[in-house]
Design a protein around this ligand. Structure first.
Ligand SMILES: [Zn+2]
Length: 502
């Protein structure tokens, strides 16, 4: 009997038998109401409603009235003529569901934000197959296109504009009226960076113009407490061929050089600043290219030698002079010496100026003999030391200087790593956000920045109208991409205007 269904009539009958008025007078007196009123409530209010109270409610929630907000505009869709699966002609409506209006989001997201539409579901009466309506197809296409476009915007924002994850999110919300998660932006940045790194590694394997130079330098994006550097390899066309975060120089730099030189990129000259370790790293990398030194750094080195000579002046003055007096005397001597050396230094620096390439080393040798001429400079110990150091400098760098300058004249190749230093400059704005990266992810990120730069068509300067990829003559078929976004697998969405407007 436990679970049997009891009819409402039975329930009313049972309750009527049980419910009786007891002690009406006493209760009425205690509560200050009339006994007649109690009888009236009992017979006319309570008893007649028993049937209503005792009836079973249908299970489940109360039916909601159809929503009347913006999403409520039902899409009027024509019934598909027949089932694509079985060819059956009886197609039933099978409820509606709400989706984001992706076509609107993609085109006028800034205006309408996230707007929903109702989609009518159709089902074949014969085989139960759910038919895909045109609206569904359009929305699916628009949805794909929206996400693709969001990914492209993330790439632009992160690798070109240098915006942080949060600012990128702000930019997306401004454009589309819909936010994406911080995690999505981070993952997208990472995967693009990873692909960019693979593309950079592939550059040397593509057919290209002959590049004779490998310019190498390290840049130091401030990466917080973790002191690692960024090794950058470019060629004379300004194409960044490799970026690598460097923690252990002796291991990481040779490894980077080894990886960068391969296939169609076999540079004959290795151009760096004066850091003595680079020659060794080049050897370790197994490169046989000729090691040349950047002219700007050579000039800086000569200036430093002259400065040292002035600073190291000694004083032969009578004993008993006060300390203060000696200081004054030395300052005077330094000033006089600096004045005397100035025209000689000017000659040494002019040797590197355009037009003097063929006589540069000869001029430097002339400077040494001037320094040794007692009629020109007083032969003090510091001057003798300067002449000796300069002579050693010429012996060490003379042949390389001659090669470098000769090439610069005959073939228009670079004399300095200036091009490289300006490339290093592009990484600086990113250093702040790079702090958040671990070593490996940082490397991917900078690869993205480098690849973006390689495809960037300059709008001013000597390389106006070309990108580094073009100048280096990289065969785009070999590379498999003609622009940054295609290279990192984020090409422009293929969607027709009809889909968006129809
Ligand atoms: Zn069917």
């Amino acid at each position: 009997m436990a679970n049997s269904i009891i009819s409402v009539d039975t329930k009313v009958k049972v309750m009527n038998e049980c419910l009786r008025l007891v002690d009406v007078e006493a209760v009425a007196a205690r509560n200050g109401v009339s006994p007649g009123a109690i009888r009236y409530w009992f017979n006319h209010k309570l008893k007649p409603t028993l049937g209503e109270i005792l009836v079973n409610e249908p299970p489940g929630p109360k039916p909601q009235p159809n929503s009347t907000d913006e999403a409520g505009e039902a899409v009027v869709e024509s019934r598909p003529p027949k089932c694509e699966q079985c060819g059956g002609a009886r197609i039933w409506k099978n409820g509606t569901y709400e989706v984001i209006n992706w076509a609107w989001l993609l085109t006028v997201g800034w205006l309408v934000g996230v707007h929903h539409i109702l989609i009518q579901r159709w089902r074949c009466a014969q085989c139960g197959h759910e038919l895909v309506s045109d609206t569904q197809k359009q929305q699916a296409q628009a949805r794909r296109a929206w996400w693709q476009q969001v990914c492209r915007l993330i790439g632009l924002s992160r690798f070109k504009l240098g915006l942080s994850v949060r600012r990128t999110r702000l930019l997306l919300a401004f454009q589309y009226g819909r936010t994406v998660s911080v995690g999505f932006i981070q993952r997208q940045t990472q995967s693009m960076g990873q692909r960019a790194r693979a593309v950079l590694a592939r550059l040397c394997l593509c057919r290209q113009k002959v590049a004779r130079f490998l310019l190498f330098d390290e840049t130091f994006p401030r990466l917080g407490k973790r002191a690692y550097r960024l090794g950058v390899v470019i060629c004379e066309y300004g194409l960044i061929r490799s970026v690598r975060t460097i923690r252990r120089k002796a291991h990481d730099i040779p490894a980077q050089l080894r990886a960068a030189v391969d296939g169609h990129y076999q540079p004959r000259f290795f151009l760096t600043d004066l850091d003595v370790t680079y020659g060794k790293y080049q050897e370790q990398a197994g490169l046989t290219s000729h090691h040349l030194r950047d002219v700007v750094h050579l000039m800086r080195q000569i200036i430093r030698l002259f400065d040292d000579a002035v600073r190291e002046v000694t004083l032969d003055v009578p004993k008993g002079l006060s300390h203060k007096e000696r200081k004054k005397q030395r300052a005077l001597k330094r000033r006089l010496l600096r004045k005397r050396l100035r025209p000689i230094l000017a000659v040494a620096l002019r040797a590197f100026a355009p037009g003097y390439e063929s006589v540069c080393v000869l001029m430097l040798e002339g400077v040494v003999s001037q320094l040794r001429d007692p009629s020109l400079v007083l032969q003090t110990a510091s001057i003798a030391r300067l002449a000796k150091r300069l002579e050693r400098f010429i012996r060490k760098h003379g042949p390389a200087i001659n090669t470098l300058l000769e090439l610069a004249v005959t073939e228009g190749t670079p004399k300095t790593t200036n091009a490289l230093e300006s490339k290093n400059g592009i990484f600086k704005p990113f250093s702040l956000m790079a702090k958040a990266f671990r070593l490996e992810t940082g490397q991917n990120f900078f690869a993205g920045v480098a690849l973006m730069e390689n495809f960037d068509v300059k709008t001013r300067g000597p390389n106006k109208g070309t990108s580094a990829i073009q100048r280096a003559g990289i065969n785009l078929d070999d590379l498999g991409a003609a622009d940054f976004f295609t290279a990192v697998g984020s090409e422009r969405p293929q969607i027709s205007l009809l889909v968006l407007t129809g």
